[in-house]
Each structure stands twice: as C-alpha cells, then as structure tokens.
Design a protein around this ligand. Structure first.
Ligand code: 8DG
Ligand code: MN
Ligand code: MN
Length: 424
C-alpha cells in the first residue's frame, strides 16, 4: 500500500474568485512561461487561448508551494493539455521550447515593442508589422499617422514602460486628491488597481472618485481634468463616458444612471522629488528647456527653506510665479532621460455615483483575471450579471443592491476575498 512515493496532489477551487491569491508566488518560472504564451496569444488576437493560459497560470500562482512533480497537478482545474505540456517540459528540461522560441521570435518582439506604445493595440501593431514597421524608429520614420494617444505614447515611451513605485503612486494620489477637493469638497478618492492589491510596482495608477451625496458627482470629471490641466499636471487626457454599449462584458441590462459613469485615461507629469536639494545650483541655467524650469520652480526654487518641503508635496502651479507655457514639444527625446526632472505617469480616473461605488470599487481593483472570473462565476453559477455598475439577478429579474464589496461577495455566494488576495 505504501509503495507509491507519496506525492500529495494540490487542490484548488476552479474559479479564481474562490481562491486567495497573494503576491507570493512559488511557481514563478512556470507562471512566467504560461503568461508569456498568454500574452503572445492575446497579441495574435487569439483571446480564447490567451484566457486559457491566464487561467492555468493563475492556478499555479495560487498554489501553496512549488510544483516539482506532474503528479501534484492531478485533478487541478484549468490545466489544459497545452499548459500541462509546457509545465512538463519545464519540470523535465528546465525550459519549454515553445516558450523559448516565442520569446525569440521577431514577430513577438515587434508586437511587444509596438503595443508597448500607449494607444496601440495588437491590430494596429500587426498592421504596422505587415507594412514593415518593427521598431519605434521605423515607426517615427514611416510617416504613419498617429492619433493623439499614440503620439503621447511614443513621446513618453520610456517613462510609460518603466514600472511605477508605491511612492510615485502616493505622490500622484496627493495631486488627484488636491484636484478633487478643490473642485468638489466632500468628494472621496480611493486608490484601486494593482496598488490597492498591495503590488509594489504598477504600469499606471488607478483611482475611483465619488461623493457621499448621490448626484453631486455629476460633471465632476471634467472639473477635475480642467483643474489638473490648468495646473500643468496633464500631458495627455481622454475623458469618456463609460457607455455601457462600448463595453464587451457589461451586465445584461444597464442601470438607468449608467451615463453618469465617466472615466479618464491620462498621462500625468510627475516631478521627481529626489532631485530636491541634491543636485545643481538653484537657478536653472544648466537647463536648456524653460518649460522644465517653470514646472520645477516650486519644487526646488531658491531658498533653503524649500529643502524642508515634505517630499511628497507637489507644488501647485498657482503658487508658482510663472505658468508652464505649453507642451514640451518632444524636446526631451534629444536629452538624456536622467536629466529630465519629471516623468510621465499613466493615471486612470473613474467617477462613480455613490449608489454604484461598491461595484465600481470591486470592478476596478482587479486583477483582470479575478474580475473575469467573478463575472464568469456570477453568470455560470448564479445566473447573475455582474459589472462595475451593478449586479443583476436574472432569476429574480432585479438588481441586487450593495454598499460594500463584502455585500457583493455575499450576494454571489462567495467567501469575501480582500484586495491583497485578488492577485490572480
Ligand atoms: P498594473 O496597472 O499594476 O499593471 O495592474 P492593474 O492595476 O491590475 O491593471 P489595470 O490595467 O490598471 O486595470 C485595473 C482594473 O481596471 C482591472 O481590474 C480592470 C479594470 N478596468 C480596466 N479597463 C476597464 C474597463 O474598460 N472597464 C471596466 N469596468 N474596468 C476596467 O483596466
Ligand atoms: Mn493599474
Ligand atoms: Mn488602469
């Protein structure tokens, strides 16, 4: 009876929203490999395959220890034939030839570089590749017409592809907070996205804005954006109504007040605080770009007392003598990045009426796979439709109200999973 070596199989529930997935990952080699195949599938417009690899990676990410033997995987959900083959290759040979060849492939590399431009999706990148454009320089030289987002994305490419730190997210949070309370006292801002899940780095910073009195949040986004713009904090912004019709996977029926739900995809200009008091003479003579000086003047201007300024504080431009005259005209591309006293940061802002706040908070906290799994659970297991706006019970033909994430999990018949354990 005891002859078989005792390999204990792992056991996890099938939906990621039933599992607690912290940032601790005991299987990074395997999950990196599967994530790369997922990314490649997504970049090739094969979303189904992409999701399959994402689910497989998420299962391994949720395991309490490293996988060393295929037998440990018996009975685990979401591990298809293809994913199992990749795992087996890595366990046996230390690498998967499919993963390695994908990583090396010119097409994958080009797709990654081009979709690394903010505003460029896989279809656009694919079209460019077919036209012989594989690199940023080739794109610049090609005379392709770029939309406003893509122009900003190309201009700030390096900044936007460098991970953000928690300190940078906090600095952005202070700016957003200042903007929001300036235009609507009493409004509340909440950090969402990866930073709410406890991640130490991120590709952007996500915020949800609301007001405790229903309706007061109407028109808030445009005021916040105007304030930010007037202070010189925005390099790019696009504000959209979060029209239900645009979203691929919203609920079966949109709530009547859907049209009040707005979001803004933006690029902030964040002044680098660590420069303060460290470098150069006080006047900006070494700096050939007057726009930089102007924005920086508050943060490191003249007097000794400025050195006592709290590191996180971004000095509003209305306290500055001069205003930033305009955009930077791409001049920074010709200068070494180290000398640039600011960095571009992707920031997502969403405004939600308080009645939808819990749904918006849950929907914008992520991870993306966790969200997808929540909706799949709701639809397949509970006959409900979950979105960032509402939860609709198809059996009872009514919306289920909630004022907290806990209530939504309860409606869904799920154990509450805190943000730090939604890193599926
Ligand atoms: P990162 O930025 O650190 O890389 O990770 P993240 O914070 O988890 O990713 P994200 O791309 O910023 O997305 C955060 C959450 O926002 C994600 O769970 C899903 C949600 N989200 C979008 N786009 C949309 C959208 O168009 N509609 C809705 N309802 N939610 C969205 O990213
Ligand atoms: Mn994010
Ligand atoms: Mn985001």
């Amino acid at each position: 009876r005891q002859v078989e070596a005792e390999v204990v199989a792992f056991s996890v529930p099938s939906y990621a929203c039933q599992r607690r997935t912290t940032l601790e990952n005991h299987n990074t080699v395997l999950t990196d490999a599967l994530s790369l195949l997922a990314e490649n599938a997504e970049l090739s417009d094969e979303d189904g395959r992409g999701v399959a690899f994402r689910r497989a990676a998420a299962v391994l990410r949720s395991l309490p220890g490293p996988v060393t033997d295929m037998k440990q995987l018996r009975g685990l959900p979401c591990l298809g034939e293809h994913s199992l083959r990749v795992i087996k290759d890595i366990l046996e040979d230390g690498a998967s030839s499919e993963v390695e060849s994908t990583k090396q492939s010119e097409r994958f590399k080009s797709l990654k570089v081009l979709t690394g431009i903010f505003g460029v999706g896989s279809r656009t990148a694919d079209r460019w590749i077919r036209e012989g454009i594989h690199t940023l320089q080739q794109l610049r030289d090609s005379g392709q017409s770029l939309n406003r987002a893509q122009q900003a994305g190309l201009e700030h490419y390096d900044d936007l592809n460098r991970p953000l730190t928690v300190a940078e997210a906090e600095a952005i949070g202070e700016i957003v907070e200042r903007a929001v309370v300036s235009v609507l006292p009493g409004a509340q801002i909440t950090l969402t996205g990866g930073f709410r899940r406890g991640k130490l780095t991120g590709h952007d910073v996500d915020f949800l804005i609301t007001h405790p009195d229903e309706g007061r949040e109407e028109g808030l986004m445009s005021k916040v954006v105007s304030w930010l713009e007037s202070q010189g904090f925005l390099l790019y912004q696009k504000t959209t109504r979060n029209s239900y019709l645009e979203s691929k996977d919203g609920p079966a029926r949109p709530p009547a007040n859907m049209d009040r739900f707005e979001r803004c995809f933006s690029i902030f200009k964040l002044i680098k605080e660590e420069r303060q008091g460290t470098e150069q003479p006080e006047n900006g003579e070494r700096n050939p770009n007057p726009a930089e000086d102007t924005l920086s003047v508050g943060a490191r201007s003249g007097s000794q007392t400025d050195q006592n300024t709290p590191p996180q504080s971004q000095i509003p431009a209305d306290e500055q003598r001069r205003r930033v005259s305009g955009e930077d005209g791409g001049q920074e591309e010709t200068k070494p990045a180290v000398h640039k006293p600011w960095r571009a940061v992707r920031v997502d802002l969403v405004v939600s009426p308080i009645s939808q706040f819990a749904f918006a908070l849950l929907g914008w906290t992520g991870s993306k796979l966790f969200e997808r799994e929540l909706r799949r659970w709701a639809g397949h297991e509970k006959a409900m439709s979950l979105s960032s706006h509402a939860l609709y019970d198809n059996t009872q033909s009514r919306y289920l109200r909630a004022t907290s994430e806990e209530e939504i999990f309860a409606h869904l018949g799920l154990e509450f999973i805190p943000p730090s354990e939604r890193n599926a």
